[in-house]
Design a binder for this molecule. Sequence first.
Ligand SMILES: [Zn+2]
Length: 469
Amino acid sequence: MNKFYITTPIYYVNAKPHIGHAYTTIAADVLARFYRQQLGKENVFFLTGTDEHGQKIQKVAESAGKNPQEFTDEIVAHFKELWDKLDIKYDNFIRTTDESHKKAVQKVLQTLYDNGAIYKGEYEGLYCIGCEQFKNESDLVDGKCPDHNIVPELIKEESYLLKLTELQPELIKKIESDEFKLTPEKYKKEILSFLKNQTLRDVSISRKNVSWGIPLPFDPTHTTYVWADAFLNYLTGLDWDGNEKKMPKFWPADVQLIGKDILRVHATIWPAMLMHLGVELPKILFTHGHILSGGKKMSKTLGNAILIDEMLEIFGTDGTRYLLLSAGTFGEDVDATMERLVEKYNADLANGLGNLVSRTLKLSEKISIKIGTENHGLYTEDIVNNPEIGKAIDFVWNNIKNLNKYIEDNKPWELAKTDTIKFEDVMNKLVHGLYDISEALMPFMPETSEKIKKALETKESVALFPRIK
Ligand SMILES: [Zn+2]
């Protein structure tokens, strides 16, 4: 691989960001930083942003007494502020209200209309405003959308439709062959079984009575349905102007991170749009699970929600980044409680890493060791070629454990008095080992990584993660 392009979903701005948004975005940031280390900064592109159109936004803005643009500007500011607090280094933040995005979307819709992929028809279906999506009967539980617990509205209106049915066999092939790789494996199975068991209906891509959206260039009485608008951000975020003959150098995306609630649309409508345009599909669509608390979905009524601001206050930026990503296997649902997060913080950060750093620094006061600036490359070939967040974290923490054990086994504070040659040898290993760990920690905990490196140079003590009582 010589370039790496990673995206998060663009987040819907009907409310302020929460822990789920933070989870996906931190993961993307870690992978982007990892690849910047491996491939060089100029060969990595990390895109995030916000999805700002649609009926739901129009309604919440109205009820807040604001016009939609004013409303979305305010929410976007909250997202950006949170990304700063979490040390997220994105290369671009795309907003679907950006003029250049809107223009490119219109250009694409015109192309799809001209080549017959979009046609005028009538759409009848059950519309969940929470999802901004038409639902199948089989998606509903007791007649309600299970994600929003509301009865979808039966809508029958004139609409423009995107052809999906005719692409179904080809889409199945691309997923089966991993040309369009859905991972983890269970999501590939889920989508394939969905695609093989029912006919994909052509999908509505426009709404007639929603003004807060992008007008269709060939019929301005319609605006684009939010998904068709939103998906194209993955391309317009690279400054793409909608010309399918001139693709950006970072395309196709190497990894698109999404939560499981938006898997199906990402695995059907999105590739279909690209296939109609004759554009390459993203290489990997990586789906992760939800963060639960005490085994349940977080909710205000249950009082089990973990607030991202609270985490930042208690654990700091790097502590929060580490704890969210190490709370469980990335990809699966993870279960977190404040109590367990505090335990893990104390065990891994205050004790494990904190002890290693303070002991190594204290002992190295007695000696002068030069650390080369060459890349020590702690990670194994396997992780470099196929990075998995969980595997990389385990790897670093095993190194921390081993180095702590090395200190216990060799008791350098005794060697300093009895055997200076062996002492120097042990310290050399210790200091270089810690330097390597600080490098390997960089994608996860950028600030801590810098602090450790600096402390090794200056030999000044450094406060990293004070114990929480
Ligand atoms: Zn819903």
